[in-house]
Design a protein around this ligand. Structure first.
Ligand code: FAD
Length: 531
């Protein structure tokens, strides 16, 4: 017999399967030894009150064993000799596009400028250790894309639950813990993601697809407003319709599109800093108790949002129990971001704290002019130039290496430079710097106002135990590669499918994955009915 229950219990009552079994047996009047298995269907933490509860949806197998897998399996069949489709970029957008193409009987040829996820690790270590950024292999570029060395948070604001579930199930099929199907805020963790990504690549290869690492698309081959394929830095040319999933850090791709008169649009984004607190402090604040998370709760999360002078100020990509990482993808940049291991066990919790920027914001134009970039103001790439210049200033302020310019949180709101900084997870190191002074005013003043508001609504959050580091600029794409809503093709170039975060149509791992699937479906429709 199978029974499903909704439970509202204390965290310690679900400390492990045995304890949970005892609890269910007692509460539901079932003999413990008749419970063969328990599957958690939904799990969320309710920490709004002093007593913290776990809300669990459970399926209990009484006198019978569960049959089948804990997740849905997608069937992949060989696509050898099937029509080929070029997928540029092996981030979540490109990988999910490639897998979906296989499902649809098409052969993906994946072209990735960076290295395999395993080989990428040593380049990532070099950034922290030697302050060397390989422009083709870093936190943004390489197999798995920007999501590979991350927190692996898998939530999205998308309402299309069915598609979200599909993405999560494909992750499970490739080795992710099935707990991600139950958790309200699922995450994989940077220690587990690379293996999952490798398994996804192996599915592509064993079914007849191709994956070419260290192969950068340098040009699209366009004839009569139709894409015929791509040229690469290795001299190889690949022919077929193109899913362009190059992410928001591939600035050379945006430049190429602009120079070759392929229509693109300026898109708003958000920029700011990474803010890091001791995780113990965040646990105490969020769980309303001195002992913090204790033995049974995960590192606490938070989320803040407010409006300051008609622009959003909000926390972004929070990494409980994580690390701040050097996410530059080229020379003369200091860019910060966050990642966490699966146990979220580090001593720090961080998040981006960012201010919304819109294309029409004239303050950006004035700032570019004041910084000698007047020629960039009219460009469609204006906000990309703005990101670049901010990242360069961060590099200058950080001592012209990967050391990040940093300031304590209260000092920032008081516009004061303190020289001592707290210990931080950011391994290239911090350099005390007056962020209130050199960040553009329209960002720093809004951020300071936001911090004061967050501190009021959440006692203890605004503290000099927290340190902010510059700059967080890669929150989303500054460009939209405009496509038709129905056909998903670029508005003027047939056979070109702008995809994922870099195209301006996704933000985050799951939404990029979902967009990849949709692009693959659109390519299949295009090939069946080429107009
Ligand atoms: P990307 O992941 O950027 O992939 C683009 C790929 O294209 C890259 O591999 C790149 O090398 C390749 N490429 C670029 N140009 C070319 C070219 N010319 N030729 C060939 N290949 C090219 N999101 C979450 O949802 N949860 C998180 O926890 C999370 N944490 C993050 C932590 C960090 C440190 C970073 C940097 C990002 C994080 N994100 C997170 C954001 C998430 O990674 C992105 O939203 C997502 O990866 C976007 O997917 P994508 O496939 O569209 O682009």
């Amino acid at each position: 017999m199978i029974q499903e229950y909704q439970l509202r219990i204390l965290p310690e009552q679900a400390a492990n399967e045995q304890v949970l079994k005892q609890y269910i047996a007692r509460e539901k009047g079932v003999k413990p030894d008749t419970i063969y298995a328990i599957r958690i269907l939904k799990r969320s933490i309710d920490a709004r009150q002093r007593t913290i509860y776990l809300n669990l949806g459970v399926r209990v197998y009484i006198n019978e064993m569960p049959s089948g897998d804990e997740f849905q399996i997608t069937e992949y069949r060989s696509v050898e000799n099937k029509p080929q489709v070029i997928v540029v970029g092996a981030g979540p957008g490109g990988l999910f596009a490639a897998l979906r193409l296989i499902e649809l009987g098409l052969r993906p040829i994946v072209v990735e400028r960076g290295k395999s996820v395993r080989d990428r690790k040593s380049d990532i270590a070099l950034i922290s250790r030697e302050h060397i950024v390989n422009p083709e292999s870093n936190y943004s570029f390489g197999e798995g894309g920007a999501g590979a060395f991350s927190d692996g948070k898998l939530y999205t604001r998308s309402k299309k639950r069915g598609n979200v579930d599909k993405i999560l199930n494909v992750f499970c099929q490739h080795g992710a813990n099935p707990a991600i199907l139950a958790d309200a805020h699922p995450h994989i963790g940077t220690d587990k993601l690379p293996k999952v990504i490798e398994n996804m690549r192996n599915t592509i290869l064993t079914n007849g697809g191709e994956v070419h690492f260290e192969t950068r698309m340098d040009a699209l081959i366009i004839k009569n407003n139709r894409v015929e394929g791509i040229e690469t830095n290795t001299g190889q040319t690949f022919l077929g319709p193109v899913i362009l999933a190059t992410g928001h850090s591939a600035r050379d791709v945006y430049r190429w599109l602009a120079e070759n008169n392929v229509p693109i649009e300026t898109k708003g984004l958000a920029v700011g800093v990474r803010l890091e607190h001791p995780s113990e402090l965040i646990d105490q604040i969020q769980y309303h108790r001195r002992e913090g998370r204790g033995s049974y709760l995960p590192a606490a999360e938070y989320s803040f949002v407010t409006q300051v002078k008609e622009r959003g100020v909000y926390s972004f990509c929070m990494c409980p129990g994580g690390f701040v990482v050097p996410a530059a993808s080229g020379p003369e940049q200091v860019v910060v971001n966050g990642m966490s291991p699966s146990n979220r066990g580090s001593k720090w919790s961080n998040s981006g704290m960012v201010v919304e920027i819109r294309p029409e914001d004239t303050e950006v134009d004035q700032w570019l002019v004041a910084n000698g970039k007047a020629d960039k103001v009219e460009s469609v790439l204006k906000l990309m130039h703005f990101q670049e210049e901010l990242e360069r200033q961060s590099w200058l302020q950080g001592g012209m290496k990967q050391t990040a310019p940093a300031q304590r949180m209260v000092d920032f709101t008081n516009r004061k430079l303190g020289v001592d900084l707290p210990k931080s997870s950011y391994s290239p190191g911090l350099l005390a710097s007056p962020l209130h002074f050199w960040l553009p005013d329209f960002i720093s003043k809004r951020l300071a106002q936001g911090f004061l508001q967050f501190g009021k609504s959440c006692h203890g959050f605004l503290t000099n135990e927290a340190v902010m580091m510059g700059v967080e600029t890669r929150t989303s794409s500054p460009i939209r590669i405009v496509r038709d809503k129905e056909t998903m093709q670029h508005i003027t170039i047939a056979g070109l499918f702008p995809c994922g975060e870099g195209a301006g149509y996704a933000g985050g791992i799951v939404s990029a994955g979902m967009d990849g699937e949709r692009c693959a479906e659109a390519v299949a429709a295009f090939l069946n009915n080429p107009a």
